[in-house]
Design a binder for this molecule. Structure first.
Ligand code: URA
Length: 241
């Protein structure tokens, strides 16, 4: 069911007139709901279900755009529907945001966690994911064992994955090493399937944990795992550039 709002608010939401002016339109008998003229105030309509006309012309709400950042946990697929019925990232959002159709911008593997963007704006998704816009994606990878200087330098100059595809030079630095593992920060701007895992495989490393922390300069920050927030207008305009 769509949201239920007062008729004058709906007319204003459609960009036809201010709420006060909309009240006047109603009083003047210029507004109809489902073919019936409405002249009294206080009538409510359901967005998307009721047909409203002003001076005989149908009016429609402008589509609101949603730009969301989720801290995706491991164990969720980043598609709207999974063929194996596993939990999806949409499940994490739709409990708070009903009646909004959003989709993930690019994807994170089932076993990857961290920053995932979701939207209903196809142009935004295109600008974030298409390699020609060079949006850098930063990951923290936990590698089993150590990393050699040679391996790190190979990541930095590009490695072969996927039948001869050579990755562009990446930024890569070792952040820490403990308990037989090495923590590496890596930044890439392509988005091949399982690219980061394959890049480490190509230099003899095994990724045992992977988290995306940043897209361009938009950071996951301290958003808790499994939670989401709206992007700020500043973040949206930066990512749209
Ligand atoms: N690279 C990977 O290997 N996995 C992801 O989920 C994202 C980038």
């Amino acid at each position: 069911m769509g949201e239920i709002v007062r008729l004058q608010k709906y007319i204003a939401m459609c960009g036809v007139a201010s709420r006060r002016k909309a009240e006047e339109l109603i009083t003047e008998g210029r507004v109809s709901v489902n073919g019936e003229k409405v002249t009294e105030q206080g009538v409510k309509v359901e967005i998307g279900a009721d047909n409203v006309t002003v001076d005989g012309k149908p009016i429609k709400t402008k589509n609101k755009n949603y730009y969301i950042m989720l801290n995706k946990p491991v164990g969720y697929v980043s598609t709207a529907k999974d063929q194996f019925d596993r939990p999806t990232v949409i499940d994490l959002i739709k409990k708070d945001l009903t009646d909004v159709r959003i989709f993930p911008v690019g994807r994170l593997d089932y076993d990857t966690e961290g920053l995932l963007l979701l939207t209903n704006d196809g142009d935004f998704a295109y600008k974030v994911t298409h390699p020609k816009f060079h949006k850098e994606k930063t990951y923290i990878a936990m590698i089993k064992g150590g990393m050699t200087i040679k391996g790190m330098n190979m990541l930095r100059s590009g490695v072969y994955i996927d039948d001869g595809f050579k990755t562009s030079p990446a930024k890569a630095e070792i952040l820490d090493a403990f308990d037989g593992h090495t923590m590496v920060k890596i930044t890439i701007h392509e988005g091949k399937n399982r690219q980061v895992r394959k890049m480490f495989e190509a230099v003899g490393g095994t990724v045992v944990g992977l988290q995306r922390t940043q897209i361009g300069n938009v950071e996951l920050g301290n958003l808790p795992l499994g939670r989401w927030r709206h992007l700020t207008s500043h973040e949206v305009s930066y990512l749209m550039k």
